[in-house]
Design a protein around this ligand. Structure first.
Ligand SMILES: *Cc1c(COP(=O)(O)O)cnc(C)c1O
Length: 372
């Protein structure tokens, strides 16, 4: 049986967790949290990094920091995970869904300007499969209309746009360390802050609306309730696990991109002969080996491939159902048809992708697909 995903253990996780547990400090914002946050700030140039218990939490923090209020409009792709929208909907926002590109699932930047109104507050690009959105175009629109840009970089660790790390370009960004992501902590996330105006308030929101972080650094002699917030920070046990992963980021990335390239080479001819599209990585983006997907020519073709793989004990899965058609949101959607988003919902198929997927297994998957 080849699963779709298998969380990778570097081998040091239990060692660091043991260390955290026996240090006697296992609540949040301890040594491992600081180590992880410093890693992100130094490697990717974020002005401030805050660990969270999920990317969803980091997005909720973004929505609070952006002062999203009922009636505000947020522009984002429909082809994304629920959390991208949910974090803003909880603040009362209206989501204005944009369509994907014809040739890849990322938001079609040329589609955004016509969706901007006087109520628009924020654009949320999603770097699907770790492939960058065209950030120059998005930032130019944000400047022109005075909007915030919040990158959903859940899948985008160690990927770059014209040489700049994803998550470092928008005002704020959110990463995920869910067990399905390149770097995992079971559940985990990160808020990246690139606009310094947000740093102080972010720390307060992170620590249940208190100025405890300042107290912790010795900047004030007592702390108390100063703003809204929640318990967004993870325990040291999660941070310790995450640290073992981050130490091996280069190795993990090397292995995943190797798998990605092997799929791509092995499937190229078969795909073009069968009307199937392989993942497109625009020349302004790198590829971080997060996901290997096919875009089939029809729902029927996709279902046939899923079945064929399943009969041979290989688990391949489809991905997002367009959010504008969801049970929760379709009545609130303005009715525009988003045909590319719906096409990816119907035709996109993800192949097994995880560190320990070996060459023999990849060959078996490729051979099964290309031989009738
Ligand atoms: C995984 C994912 C999320 C949610 O991440 P969690 O850490 O599970 O909250 C949000 N957006 C995108 C695009 C994702 O892939």
């Amino acid at each position: 049986m080849i699963p779709f995903n298998k969380p990778y253990l570097t081998g040091k996780e239990m060692h660091y967790i043991y260390q955290a547990v026996y240090s006697g400090k296992i609540s949040g914002n301890g040594m491992f949290t600081q180590k992880c946050q410093k890693f992100f700030e130094e490697r990717f140039g974020f002005k401030k990094a805050l660990l969270t218990t999920s990317c969803t939490d980091a997005l909720e923090m973004c929505a609070i920091l952006a002062n999203i209020e009922p009636g505000d409009e947020i522009i984002m792709p429909s082809y994304t995970f629920v959390s991208t929208a949910l974090a803003f909907v909880r603040q009362g926002a209206k989501i204005v869904f944009a369509d994907s590109h014809t040739d890849h699932p990322g938001i079609d930047e040329t589609n955004i300007e016509e969706l901007i109104t006087s109520k628009t507050k924020t654009i949320v690009p999603v770097h699907y499969a770790g492939v960058a959105c065209d950030m120059d175009k998005i930032m130019a629109l944000a400047n022109k209309y005075n909007l915030l840009v919040i990158e959903d970089a859940a899948q985008a660790i160690e990927s770059f746009y014209k040489g700049r790390p994803l998550g470092s370009i928008g005002h704020l960004a959110a990463f995920s360390f869910h067990e399905t992501k390149n770097i995992n902590a079971g559940e985990g996330g990160l808020l990246a802050i690139n606009d310094e105006r947000f740093i102080n308030r972010a720390e307060i929101i992170w620590e249940k609306g208190t100025n405890r972080s300042e107290f912790f650094r010795g900047e004030v002699n007592k702390y108390g309730w100063v703003d809204t917030g929640s318990s967004f920070l993870p325990s040291e046990i999660i941070a310790a696990y995450l640290w073992a992963q981050l130490e091996n980021l280069d190795d993990i990335q090397k292995q995943r991109t190797k798998i990605w390239n092997k799929y791509n080479k092995g499937l190229m001819i078969w795909a073009s002969e069968n009307g199937i599209k392989l993942p497109l990585v625009p020349d302004y983006s790198t590829n971080n080996g997060h996901m290997y997907y096919l875009v089939c020519k029809s729902l029927e073709q996709r279902d046939e491939l899923i079945l064929k793989l399943k009969k041979n004990d290989i688990l391949a899965v489809f991905h997002y159902l367009s959010l504008h058609n969801s049970e929760y949101y379709h009545e609130k959607h303005d009715g525009r048809i988003l045909k590319n988003s719906d096409r990816f919902s119907n035709c996109l198929l993800r192949l097994p992708m995880y560190y320990e997927l070996d060459e023999k297994q990849i060959d078996a998957i490729i051979n099964l697909l290309i031989n009738d």
